[in-house]
Design a protein around this ligand. Structure first.
Ligand code: UD1
Ligand code: CA
Length: 483
């Protein structure tokens, strides 16, 4: 399908969206890792328009700031007062001037709309030589929408808003999506002639159809195959419904590209996530932001990855990872928390109840159980025993520690930063290491054990412990007398 490039796409996003009941402007609500308006902009961008324009008004600073940061290619036009969709378009054309060529008008709150549907609208508009072509859909419940009024021959006559419609017109199931392709020059002229003589006292963009038709121009419609795509998000119930639809679309694309998803209903993947083939995603997994997973990895169950890279063949189970880099064939979890700056080398391990932050772990090094590593540099082939803590914070500043290649840290070693444990060095279990350990040495930093004989018999007489001790000691004496 060869699609004519539009001269401009105008995205209307000045309204308040009161039904969201939110401090956050509606178009900035998040859906699969992107704000609502950004979904529309992404679909519009794929059409290659010469100009991308967003009309903003409500929560000007917030929405304007967001667009400036995320869509520098879009021009924001401010509509100070929201006096209707027609007024919004008129405001744009007064600011940027008449646009010649095709102008696509759409909304910031229709995140499910696909580029291919917009392309079909543009194609119909071009092949029929229309002055305006409206995207419509048959919906089971058209309440709240403008209705498409056609003559007996099926030609589009006008759009009537629900509030202005007669009971017969309200029975019509074909709704106005609010998305149109216009001839830019005809639009510029017609939009000036829209009145506010209607139930809402607004300038309706919908009136442009009847105006152009009255001028003798061709007016047409393109019926969307799937009405779900053109339905906007107005409240959080619709937001959740849209999330489900979009998530399912994303999952299907991944599955068709070779990713196994065990439980699509319980897996949530953002639009920006990339996954290599033959990776298996287990139930309860959420993949957010710019997460990238290479080929043949195993993710989940119950794992949340945000902006995390996972290497080929790595296994990540019951983990929360944020801004981490997990090397090829590395193993994470079950029950691990990797925070920003964690870099795990090839075949390394961050095991059960392990937390890491700003820590690099070399190849084949293992941190298997119950440990915290913060601000540490760990070399290759290092073994970290259970319950080792990198004590990185003195209450004021954070300090780094280094563990060099081949070192072996005994269980319950406290590595009090800043400290360096040399190549191949050991630490004795239970040591509080606050001085460097030279290569090949063992650092022993714990009190020597002393046993006080029969203390329990004297000080805990009558307890089960004392009784057990008495039995054991009596047994020992019998043994000794026999010998
Ligand atoms: C509009 C259509 C209706 C259609 C429906 C589809 C008109 C008169 N009616 O109704 O036929 O079925 O959309 O959802 O166009 N906006 C502005 N500035 C304004 C007014 C609105 O930017 O002054 C933006 C809003 O932010 C929103 C969009 O335009 O994104 C639609 O506005 P809304 O008030 O929701 O229009 P509806 O009454 O739903
Ligand atoms: Ca609406």
């Amino acid at each position: 399908m060869s699609v004519p490039r539009p001269a401009a796409v105008i995205v209307l996003a000045a309204g308040e969206g009161t039904r969201m009941k939110s401090q956050t402007p509606k178009v900035l609500h998040e859906l699969c890792g992107r704000a609502l308006v950004d979904h529309m902009l992404a679909a519009a961008r794929d059409l290659g328009p010469e100009q991308l324009i967003v009309v903003i008004g409500h929560a000007l600073e917030q929405v304007g700031g967001h667009l400036a940061a995320t869509s520098p290619d879009a021009r924001a036009v401010v509509q100070r007062e929201q006096r209707g969709t027609g007024h919004a378009v008129r405001t744009v054309l007064e600011e940027v001037g008449t646009i010649s060529g095709t102008v696509l008008v759409t909304y910031g709150d229709v995140p499910l709309l696909r580029t291919q549907t917009l392309a079909a609208l543009l194609e119909r508009h071009a092949t029929d030589g229309n002055a305006v072509t409206v995207l419509t859909a048959e919906v089971p419940d058209p309440a709240g929408y403008g209705r498409i009024i056609r003559d007996e021959g099926g030609a589009v006559l006008e759009i009537v808003e629900e509030k202005d419609a007669s009971p017969e017109q309200r029975a019509i199931k074909e709704m106005n999506s609010g998305i149109y392709a216009f001839d830019g020059e005809l639009l510029a002229d017609a939009v000036k002639r829209v009145s506010t003589d209607n139930a809402q006292g607004e300038e309706y963009l919908t009136d442009v159809l009847a105006i152009l038709r009255g001028d003798g121009h061709r007016v047409g419609a393109c019926v969307a195959g799937d009405h779900v795509e053109v339905e906007g998000v107005n409240d959080r119930v619709q937001l959740a419904a849209a999330r489900k639809v979009l998530n399912q679309r994303l999952l299907e694309a991944h599955m068709r590209a070779g990713v196994t998803i065990i439980d699509p209903a319980g897996t949530w993947i953002d639009v920006g996530v990339r996954i290599g083939p033959d990776t298996v995603i287990h139930p309860g997994t959420q993949l957010h932001g710019d997460t990238v997973i290479e080929t043949g990895a195993e993710i989940g169950p119950a794992t949340t990855l945000t902006d995390t890279r996972v290497g080929e063949g790595a296994v990540v189970r019951n983990a929360v990872c944020d801004g981490a880099e997990i090397g090829p064939e590395a193993s994470v979890g079950p029950y691990a928390y990797l925070r920003p700056g964690t870099v795990l080398g090839r075949r390394s391990k961050a095991g059960t109840f392990v937390e890491m932050k700003n820590t690099q772990v070399g190849e084949r090094s293992k941190v298997p159980h119950l440990s915290y590593a913060g601000d540490a540099t760990i070399g290759d082939d290092v073994n970290i025993g259970a319950a080792v803590v990198f004590v990185n914070y003195d209450g004021v500043d954070k300090h780094r520690s280094t563990v060099r290649d081949g070192a072996f840290l005994g269980c319950d070693t406290m590595v009090v930063a800043p400290v360096t444990i040399g190549d191949g060095a050991y630490t004795a279990a239970g040591s509080v290491i606050n001085a460097d350990v030279p290569p090949g040495a063992i650092g022993v930093a714990r009190a020597r054990q002393r046993n006080i004989e029969k203390w329990v018999l004297r000080r805990r007489a009558g307890t089960k412990s004392a009784a057990a001790a008495e039995r054991a000691l009596a047994g020992q004496e019998q043994q000794e007398t026999k010998q």
